[in-house]
Design a protein around this ligand. Structure first.
Ligand SMILES: Nc1ncnc2c1ncn2[C@@H]1O[C@H](COP(=O)(O)OP(=O)(O)OP(=O)(O)O)[C@@H](O)[C@H]1O
Ligand SMILES: [Mg+2]
Length: 257
């Protein structure tokens, strides 16, 4: 088996007296989708913010290609190849697709003028590589569908060097067809073979469609983890997703009202 690009060991994150993460381990391999699941408040977003340099862990260690690292800012994490696409996509609706793609990293010529033609071409080509032919990147982002916006954010993260691509519930705000578009994008990124994806979802069907590996969180702890085969053949995914609660019991309770 290949080495994980990123490995986290015994990550603890406390907010004052509250422990949001309590000894979490996770490995991300290139060319794999690692589904991260768990009920509301399980600690999924806190974990990825810790990996993305937004939160400093209270204790525990992050390794990149086997070497211990410490991220003091999102910039540090980004430089180490951690690319994060948050659910509320920080895009400016009125700005062009290209300007959003290059936000904060614009290509400029000798006199400081932006190289718009070059940037337009790159934005278009990079999105095409992972599945959307958005022919006119000079259009406003507001004209894109939700699925296309996810693809824009993913293409941008990859172009700027992501080796671990973190997607926080990329399908949750989308309709059925667009959800499938985003899942296709995820599979195309995986097919490159050099990028590992952390895919956060509440959707069991979506995770089964793309996951190679699973980690389930509940109350800040890992309550289940394994390869696709181990989990899909040997574990009760719905129970793990519900933080260990028996879904049959919850459904029976519901039916009795
Ligand atoms: N900045 C913070 N300060 C204090 N508590 C926090 C902070 N961020 C998160 N928490 C708490 O940590 C716990 C885990 O939250 P987190 O957002 O990581 O859960 P989640 O698994 O992403 O849930 P969801 O599925 O609802 O997005 C929650 O109880 C939350 O209230
Ligand atoms: Mg969350």
């Amino acid at each position: 088996m290949t080495e994980p690009y990123m490995r986290v060991e015994k990550i603890v994150k406390k907010f004052g007296p509250f422990t949001a993460l309590n000894g979490v381990d996770l490995e991300v391999y290139p060319g794999e989708v690692h589904a991260l699941l768990g009920d509301n408040g399980a600690g999924k977003s806190t974990l990825i913010k810790t990996l993305a340099g937004v939160h400093e862990p209270t204790s525990g260690q992050i390794y990149i290609e086997g070497k211990p690292v410490k991220f003091r800012s999102p910039r540090d994490a980004s430089a180490a190849g951690i690319g994060t696409v948050y659910q509320d996509l920080a895009v400016n609706q009125l700005m062009s697709v290209t300007r959003n793609f290059f936000m904060g990293r614009e290509m400029k010529g000798t006199f400081g003028a932006m190289k718009m033609d070059e940037m337009d071409k790159i934005a278009h080509d990079e999105m095409l590589k992972i599945g959307i032919d958005f022919s006119d990147p000079t259009q406003a982002v507001g004209t894109m569908s939700g699925g296309q916006r996810q693809t824009l954010a993913i293409a941008r993260a990859i172009y700027f060097g992501a080796k671990v691509l973190i997607l926080d519930e990329p399908t949750s705000a989308l309709g059925q067809k667009q959800q499938m578009e985003v899942l296709k994008t995820v599979k195309r990124v995986r097919a490159r073979g050099d990028i590992g994806i952390i895919f956060i979802t509440h959707n069991e069907i979506h995770s089964k469609l793309v996951a190679d590996r699973y980690t389930f969180l509940a109350l800040g702890q890992v309550i289940g983890a394994g390869t696709k085969q181990e989990i899909e053949e040997g574990a009760d995914i719905r129970k793990l997703m519900a933080g260990g609660a028996e879904m049959a019991d919850l459904e029976q309770e519901l039916a009795s009202i």
